[in-house]
Design a binder for this molecule. Structure first.
Ligand SMILES: Nc1nc2c(ncn2[C@@H]2O[C@H](COP(=O)(O)O[C@H]3[C@@H](O)[C@H](n4cnc5c(=O)[nH]c(N)nc54)O[C@@H]3COP(=O)(O)O)[C@@H](O)[C@H]2O)c(=O)[nH]1
Length: 517
């Protein structure tokens, strides 16, 4: 049988595994959620930061270009002279990003810094986003290069300026590279470009953590985000070390908790829990007179644990004494005993003595007198006697407290027995000081009766000594007729042992009492 004092905190290994696994899942998921929250926050901040920079820089390029092209607004409607062409070329040279600038009338260019475009029709205003700006791909001079066209209308006249989109394209590319994981697009109407410079007219690719900013000075849009497919890759590449650490820490925690749950409770905790659950119960072993009739009983504690197993006191009494819990454990027996005896009062023989084992720690506590008083209180006078057994192996030190305790106990008629007599070192003085009423001869001596052992003669010596001291003798551990006859012949009037009765639960002892009537 496994030691009942060694009890893991959680007995079932599957329950331990389940709890540890649950803990692992809770820890890792909360750790990852926190990291993910941090990741999302950082990404949102990054996209917003990049979008702000891009929209500012893009608008600067476009506004600067527009302002430059407005320098020729005074030429509008004037005939296209050499001087005018030179002025337009100067403006283009000064404007950092300009490819060319032209003036048009009734939808046709009539003068330009690039004379080869004179006479060409320009796209109608509704083809321009907000009738003002257009993003398109150059198909003539620098094929594939993105261009912006800025259109300024003055009745049937106007200026159209072509801006080289490579500045914006390069900026998008540089910024994307700098931010690493982010992609950004510049959108004008339905057209958009990215770092590669290709102008698209399709729907924008799906992005995460999108920041979309509308220009305040120009009708353009900057969209920055993270491509959906690379989201988890991104998360891993940014946080792989922290993720691994969180996973490892969660695993270690779960293993640690599994080990904690597998660890046994401290003995004291096991006993305290058992006491709380009222698992300690009194059993009674009958003490008989020389005719074999029950004249008393010894209370012997039993532990009926959660598995309904009856555990012998030999296993738990030493631990109970060591932990000091023996005192409340003994006290817990008194109430059920009192209840039982009151219920069986009629069946109790006259001068019934109930003996209970008291540890030496209990004898250092004045509450013992109070407990005995409360125990005896409801019984009619002389219905029962209470006897406290103290073992000879653990002699009680005589102090003013024990003197006072004994005085109070004697005053209320409580008797004192020295248990296991012969195994310790009780002196005559000790027996006198404690006003001992009974000596219980240890069963190891009774066992020697009928054998040639020297211990057998010790039985006679103890009996004679007790007679001289006028102390009653109880023979313990009587197991056969020979032993019983021997002690009875030597005037021992109280006998206890398996020959007569074994310790039994209260209910069973009640039956014994009634049979004995
Ligand atoms: N402080 C407390 N100690 C207690 C209490 N209850 C019991 N104990 C002590 O535990 C030891 C073992 O007790 P237990 O297993 O109950 O054994 C008792 C009897 O069953 C046994 N006995 C009685 N007759 C015979 C017999 O004929 N043969 C045989 N082999 N054994 C027999 O002896 C034990 C009673 O011993 P004792 O108390 O010395 O009279 C034991 O030391 C108990 O004292 C408790 O509540 N508090």
């Amino acid at each position: 049988m496994s030691n009942p004092l060694v009890r893991p905190i959680i007995i079932n290994p599957y329950a331990r595994l389940f709890i540890s696994l649950l803990l692992f899942i809770v820890l890792i998921s909360s750790g990852l959620s926190l990291l993910h929250y941090q990741f999302v926050k950082t990404m949102k901040a990054s996209t917003s930061d990049l979008a702000n920079q891009l929209i500012n820089k893009t608008e600067n390029i476009l506004v600067h270009s527009e302002n430059t092209s407005l320098l020729i607004s005074d030429l509008l409607g004037k005939p296209c002279t050499k001087k005018m062409i030179e002025k337009m070329q100067n403006v283009v040279a000064e404007g950092l990003y300009l490819r060319n600038t032209s003036v048009f009338r009734d939808g046709k260019i009539y003068c330009s810094s690039a004379p080869e475009v004179v006479g060409m029709p320009i796209r109608t205003a509704d083809k321009f986003y907000t009738r003002h700006i257009l993003l398109f791909t150059d198909r003539f001079v620098t094929k594939g290069v993105p261009l912006f066209a800025l259109r300024i209308d003055r009745n049937n006249l106007g200026i159209v300026t072509i801006i080289d989109g490579r500045y914006v394209q390069n900026m998008l590319e540089i910024m994307n590279n700098r931010a690493g994981k982010l992609v950004s697009y510049l959108k004008v109407g339905d057209s958009w470009i990215e770092g590669s410079g290709e102008v698209h007219n399709t729907i924008l690719p799906e992005l995460n953590f999108v920041t979309s900013l509308q220009g305040r000075r120009m009708p353009v849009n900057i969209i920055v985000g993270v491509k959906g497919s690379s989201l988890w890759k991104q998360f891993w590449s940014e946080y792989w070390f922290v993720i691994s650490s969180v996973a490892l820490a969660s695993l270690l925690c779960a293993i640690f908790i599994y080990q904690i749950l597998s660890r046994p409770y401290k003995t004291k905790t096991v006993l305290r829990k058992a006491l709380k659950r009222n698992e300690f119960m009194p059993w009674l072993q009958g003490v008989v007179d020389k005719n074999g009739k029950i004249c008393g009983a010894e209370v012997l504690m039993r532990w009926q644990n959660r598995d309904n197993k009856i555990i012998s006191p030999d296993i738990f009494i030493p631990a109970a004494e060591e932990s000091g819990l023996i005192v409340p454990m003994t006290s817990s027996l008194l109430q059920p005993l009192q209840h039982f005896l009151l219920q069986n009062l009629e069946a109790l023989p006259a001068d019934f003595v109930l003996s209970i084992n008291i540890s030496k720690f209990h004898f250092q506590d004045m509450r013992l007198a109070e407990e005995c008083r409360n125990f005896l209180n409801p019984f009619p006078e002389k219905a029962i006697s209470l006897c406290l057994e103290i073992t000879e192996r653990e002699l009680i030190e005589q102090t003013p407290l024990t003197d006072e305790l004994l005085k109070q106990l004697h005053n209320m008629g409580v008797k004192i027995a020295i248990d296991d007599f012969g195994t310790g070192h009780a002196s005559f003085n000790y027996l006198k000081a404690f006003k001992v009423d009974f000596l219980k001869i240890d069963r190891s001596y009774i066992n020697t009766i009928g054998t040639p052992s020297v211990s057998a003669s010790l039985v006679d010596i103890i009996i004679n000594m007790a007679k001289k001291l006028e102390i009653d003798v109880v023979a313990e551990g009587v197991e056969n007729k020979e032993q019983a006859d021997y002690v009875i012949k030597h005037s021992v009037n109280k006998l206890q042992g398996f020959y007569y009765h074994k310790p039994v639960p209260l209910l069973k002892f009640g039956e014994l009492l009634n049979n004995d009537l």
